[in-house]
Design a protein around this ligand. Structure first.
Ligand code: PLP
Length: 403
């Protein structure tokens, strides 16, 4: 292997001109196929992160690639100054998947969250009758909704927030998982409650049973919108289409992203009924790339794949398998495990290392995971992964935990 293509040389070259806003694992990926990636030196790794669930269908899923290729040759961008022939079918399919009337397409997850905030405020003033500029939104401690200044302003993670103010006002914090605290926090100026049904970046934090149903009941009773950020939890990951489905709950607005782009390009959306999302009029919100025909073609294929229920069922079955494997590690270098579908937070005993150290040791054994908040590793394989591959990956984890 020549020096020019060695991983260390590539990383050093990259660091020279790339801002240091990430601390990646020392591996340089060159190819991906299903649940596997290959580095520049030809070594293969099982990808247990899936780009934070943006790769729910795996690397290079043939059906998604086919939709993208076909569209790439035909039309990729029009802006919303014109209509394009792909956006309507995408919106129709996504609205049907969500059981809602309307779709507002954007690109990144953070843009979907920002859009949700704007829609909630507009609804608060125009429908609920909140006094101008007085609307508030209830958010949860430990939240992660993206990286814009408004969003980090209502994060309580110092690394995300500190040094980036001043921040937009209008957000009220409550503990995650405590429905009574939401009820107590709501007043006449509250437009919405914005939560992740399962907190991803916080470490796959699953709220107590009945929480989502209680939030739904409270929002309905108090005349407040329930906004579910399903950007990481949604689209098959937890064994159902949405994490809200685990409690049979339908929010007023779904915020979607990540896997909606099929692992190919950023595609996000806000989905809701006309009584809510319909408050936004022409010229009040937009995006140059949002709803572009390439994104719509890919998003439509993703929705079609979810409509069969095949990926949800597979995530549920594999998730039960993963839970059994991971539960056996508790007390053996692992202090706690939380599993929802094919999504797990694994708390590492500090006696055996930090989450980052475990991730580095797994890398050396051909398994890619990402640490979060120091002692936790997150496991979110592509849903196309095989049960035997999970067996092998968890065996590698057992070995590195044993030292
Ligand atoms: C990743 C994520 C976002 C932000 O998505 P980007 O595409 O990175 O802007 C928002 N909410 C949740 C729950 C996420 O996991």
């Amino acid at each position: 292997m020549s020096l020019d293509t060695s991983a260390l040389r590539i990383i050093a070259d990259e660091n020279r001109h790339l801002a240091h806003n990430y601390h990646p694992l020392p591996v340089v990926i060159a190819r991906g196929d299903g649940a596997w990636v290959t580095d520049v030196e030809g070594k293969r790794y099982l990808d247990l992160l899936s780009a934070y669930s943006a790769l729910n269908f795996g690397h290079g899923h043939p059906a998604i690639l086919a939709a993208a290729r076909e569209q790439l040759e035909r039309l990729t961008l029009t802006s919303r100054a014109y209509h394009n022939d792909r956006l309507g079918p995408f919106a129709t399919a996504l609205a049907r998947l969500c059981g809602k009337d309307l779709v507002l397409p954007m690109n990144t997850g953070a843009e979907a969250v920002e859009t949700g905030i704007k829609v909630a405020r507009a609804w608060g003033y125009r429908v609920k009758g909140i006094a101008p500029d007085a609307a508030t939104i209830v958010v949860a401690d430990g939240n992660f909704h993206g990286r814009t200044t408004t969003i980090v302003g209502f994060s309580d993670d110092p690394q995300s927030r500190d040094g980036f103010g001043p921040f937009a006002p209008g957000f009220v914090h409550v503990p995650f998982g405590d429905a009574d605290a939401i009820d107590a926090a709501i007043d006449a100026n509250t437009a919405a409650v914005l939560i992740e049904p399962i907190q991803g970046e916080a470490g796959v934090i699953i709220p107590p049973d009945g929480y989502l149903a209680a939030v739904r009941e409270i929002c309905t009773r108090r005349g407040v919108l329930f906004i579910a950020d399903e950007i990481q939890s949604g689209l098959g990951r937890v064994g159902t289409t949405f994490a809200c489905d685990r409690e049979g709950v339908v929010p007023d607005l779904y915020l979607l992203g990540k896997a909606l782009g099929g692992g190919i390009l950023p595609v996000s959306a806000v989905v809701g009924d006309a009584a809510v999302l319909g408050v936004i009029g022409a010229g009040e919100h937009g995006s140059t790339f949002g709803g572009n025909p390439l994104a719509a073609a890919v998003g439509l294929r993703v929705v079609e794949m979810l409509e069969t229920g095949e990926f949800q069922a597979r995530a549920a079955a594999l998730g039960e398998h993963l839970a059994v494997l991971l539960d056996a590690l508790v007390g053996h270098g692992v202090t706690a495990v939380r599993v929802a579908g094919l999504w797990a937070g694994v708390d590492i005993d500090s006696a055996v290392g930090t989450g980052r150290e475990i991730a580095e040791r797994l890398l050396a054994r051909g398994v890619l995971v990402k640490d979060t908040h120091g002692q936790t590793i997150r496991i979110a394989p592509p849903i196309v992964v095989r049960a035997t591959e999970l067996d092998w990956a968890v065996e590698q984890l057992r070995v590195v935990l044993a030292g």
